[in-house]
Design a protein around this ligand. Structure first.
Ligand code: GLA
Length: 730
């Protein structure tokens, strides 16, 4: 709900549990007065104090008064060069060479439903469950208008933000920074939580107290990256899973980003989130506009768990566009770890046959099926079937898979090219490269200039030929290197600062075309695993391969960190063979199953090599997953322990919306002789109801299970695990 106080020029956004407030003051400066737990009928500008502080300048119109300074007051969208020295949201190079932005409130507009941004991902409203507030700011001297967009999903407790900059003048303006979100706090006694890592270990949680100065995470790799995720949190120093105020902010963007917090001299703090300013410079000719990608915020008054569940709900219902919405997604088997590049059609059909017999529903053919792709030094760019490996092409292979009762999926890496490819030999100028320099290789490959429509059109026509040749149900859209040598043949020198962003827009354009032309194909995003796991990709690819690390124990950390923002249904997770291909660890099949089941589930191994006992177990896992699918995918997710803090076990839980069904998952870390007897306290149950544990038949009240706990069985061996299902006694 958006409440307007026109007289006092106060805009109050209420969601179910939170309030967000903005006020235009006497100088038409747009102040941020509050974001936090819901407060009815309030004007919280009384919280903002300002007074004479040396070295904090006063705007010209304040005359001789020294009591007012942009440098001290919380800004809704911070400016630069005119008196606020903290992190700017916007920076422009104006025709006279100055780097200034002085934005003042002009007007507002309310709209029913949620705004959408052309060519960019965003949360969408299905009916009128959302509202839009647009606030117009203007830099009068520069003749630049900045529109601040707010999408309000009241029942989801979610507020989205976006920004559009319009050059209304008669001269060229260069935009050097344009954040999507600026969030000022009248306090700095907060912790910042970020999700960091590397290839094979993404989104590990890091928490630290804000310190004076700027602390930031970001990416200049051209993708959102394995290293830092475009999701950050700020919270009370003592906040935990169940208590304390915490704020989560996600950027729906898959390229370079920056999330920075500045703790300022008077113990205020400011979070800025948006496209990374590195090599970003967008030329706005008169009449042109630039739209910054969307950001989304959740504030939970009750700890991290609630914040995560709000994001999960919103992402599930209003961000991802899943061709399987309301239907169960197929359980897949992928041949990558089973064969790598070394396969024949018969080998693939063998894997599929074994999988079909175990109840698995889709076969995904990974890398190696096209061009001269016998290793990772050649072939990318030549999206024609390698008929030496697959005689008769897909037209021969796919019917064999479908005859087994399985769907067929395929791997592609459309953004890339190898020098050893027909495509590169024909179009060496189609890559990102800087004249006079030899471009860096990554995994032996170069990056196609997806900022160029002609390049995209060609690749798209190649993809279409593949997709139209046979019945394909799924695409794994991969991307296996970071961007370097970012320069485009198609743009003049003054526009080269646009290439990074145009590249991302190009990727979105391709994915949107696929969605339009093949609405029933499920697309799984991938970037060497989870190097582009972000809200932007999720708009096009409802699930993303979470990590190239398929070891169940490492996955506990990766999936735990990922769960802070992203729901289980978005996390591609597979059972793979042991010793694990990435770290050599041996874990029980049961543990691998339980871990992967809390994800978009599949297998990634040669099932023909399994023993009969293992096959029986896999058949059971598949059945369990099908049975618990709704609970796992649509249930509320509770983290019961942290793999970063507790060596003994990692536990998590899914609870149905009516709190009548619960799935508890526990993986033990380190087993010891004569280990302590432990109890696990559950969460999210109904205290007044009685629950029966299906494995033991015992009955316990919700209160008992939440307050006192449930005894963890004593199990021996390496990394054992168990899963139990509770349902309300009717
Ligand atoms: C990336 C993916 C893997 C696999 C390989 C194929 O690393 O993350 O799952 O598809 O590429 O080359």
């Amino acid at each position: 709900m958006i409440v307007l106080d026109k007289e006092n020029r106060i805009f109050t956004i209420h969601t179910l549990n939170t309030t967000y407030q903005i006020k235009a003051d006497q100088y038409n400066v747009l102040l941020h007065t509050y974001y936090g737990p819901r407060i009815e009928d309030c004007d919280l500008s009384c919280l903002i104090q300002c007074g004479n502080r040396s070295f904090s300048p006063n705007p010209n119109e304040a005359g001789r008064s020294r009591d007012y300074s942009l440098d001290i007051m919380p800004q809704e969208y911070s400016t630069c060069g005119v008196g606020d020295f903290r992190l700017p949201s916007i920076e422009m190079e104006l025709p006279n060479g100055s780097h200034t932005a002085d934005l003042r409130y002009v007007d507002f507009r309310l709209e029913k439903g949620k705004y959408m941004l052309e060519g960019l991902p965003g949360f969408y409203s299905v009916k009128d469950e959302a509202e839009t507030l647009i606030i117009f700011l203007r830099d009068a001297a520069a003749q630049v208008v900045v529109k601040l967009y707010y999408g309000v999903f009241e029942s989801l407790d979610l507020i989205t933000r976006a920004v559009q900059v319009v050059n209304q003048g008669t001269e060229t303006v260069r935009l050097c920074r344009c954040a999507s979100l600026c969030l000022d706090f009248l306090r700095s006694d907060l912790d910042m939580i970020t999700f960091n890592g590397h290839h094979l270990m993404e989104r590990c949680l890091d928490r630290g107290a804000l310190r004076p100065g700027i602390q930031s995470v970001g990416s200049v790799r051209g993708t959102s990256s394995h290293q830092h995720n475009p999701f950050v949190m700020l919270c009370d120093r003592d906040a935990d899973e169940d208590a304390g105020i915490c704020y989560g902010a996600m950027l729906l963007y898959s390229g370079n980003f920056e999330a920075a917090v500045e703790c300022s001299q008077y113990e205020n703090s400011r979070l800025i989130m948006g496209i990374h300013p590195y090599h970003f410079c967008w030329t706005l000719e008169p009449g042109e506009s630039f739209t910054a990608p969307e950001a989304a915020m959740v504030c939970s008054p009750n700890g991290f768990g609630e914040m995560s569940r709000q994001f999960h709900r919103a992402i599930r219902s209003n961000l991802i566009r899943d061709p399987y919405a309301g239907r169960r997604k197929p359980i897949l088997v992928n041949n990558w770890e089973a064969t790598y590049f070394d396969f024949t059609a018969d080998k693939l059909v063998d894997i599929a046959r074994e999988a079909a017999a175990l109840g698995i529903e889709m076969f995904v053919m990974d890398d190696g099926w096209f061009g001269l792709r016998n290793d990772d030094n050649s072939g990318l760019g030549d999206w024609q079937v390698n008929t030496e490996k697959l005689p008769g092409g897909l037209e021969a292979l796919v019917p064999r898979i479908k005859d087994l009762g399985m769907k067929f999926g395929i791997w592609m890496e459309p953004e890339m090219v190898n020098e050893d490819s027909d495509l590169y030999r024909a179009h060496p100028d189609w890559i990102l490269h800087i004249p006079g320099r030899f471009p860096a290789r990554g995994r032996g490959q170069l990056v196609l200039d997806f900022s160029r429509k002609d390049v995209r059109d060609y690749i798209y026509s190649q993809l279409r030929e593949v997709l139209s040749s046979t019945d394909i149900s799924y695409i794994k859209w991969d991307m296996n290197r970071s961007l370097t040598d970012v320069w485009s043949e198609a743009l003049p020198a003054r526009r080269q600062g646009e290439v990074y962003h145009r590249y991302v827009l190009g990727v979105y354009d391709m994915l949107e075309r696929l969605r339009r032309d093949y609405p029933n194909i499920l697309i799984e995003g991938c970037c060497g695993g989870g190097g582009r796991f972000d809200g932007g990709m999720l708009y096009y690819t409802p699930q993303i391969w979470c990590s190239d690390d398929s070891d169940a124990i490492d996955r506990l950390r990766i999936q735990y960190g990922t769960s802070f923002c992203y729901p289980v249904c978005t996390m591609g997770a597979h059972v793979s063979a042991v010793p694990n291909e990435q770290n050599g660890r041996i874990t029980p099949l049961k543990t691998r199953g339980i871990t992967a089941m809390s994800g978009a589930f599949g297998y990634e191994m040669d099932l023909g090599k399994c023993t009969e006992a293992e096959k029986t177990e896999i058949r059971q896992q598949v059945e369990n997953y099908k049975e618990y699918y709704d609970l796992i995918h649509y249930g509320d997710y509770y983290r019961l322990s942290s793999p970063f803090q507790d060596n003994a076990y990692t536990a998590w839980e899914q609870v149905s919306a009516d709190r009548r069904k619960v799935l508890v998952n526990v993986v033990l870390g380190c087993t010891h002789a004569a280990s302590p007897f432990r109890t696990l306290r559950l969460k999210g149950l109904d205290s007044g109801l009685l629950y029966q544990v299906d494995q033991t038949g015992t009955v316990h009240s919700g209160k008992e299970l939440m307050k006192a706990g449930y005894p963890l069985p004593q199990i021996q061996g390496d990394y054992p695990s168990f899963q139990f299902y509770l349902k309300v006694v009717e």
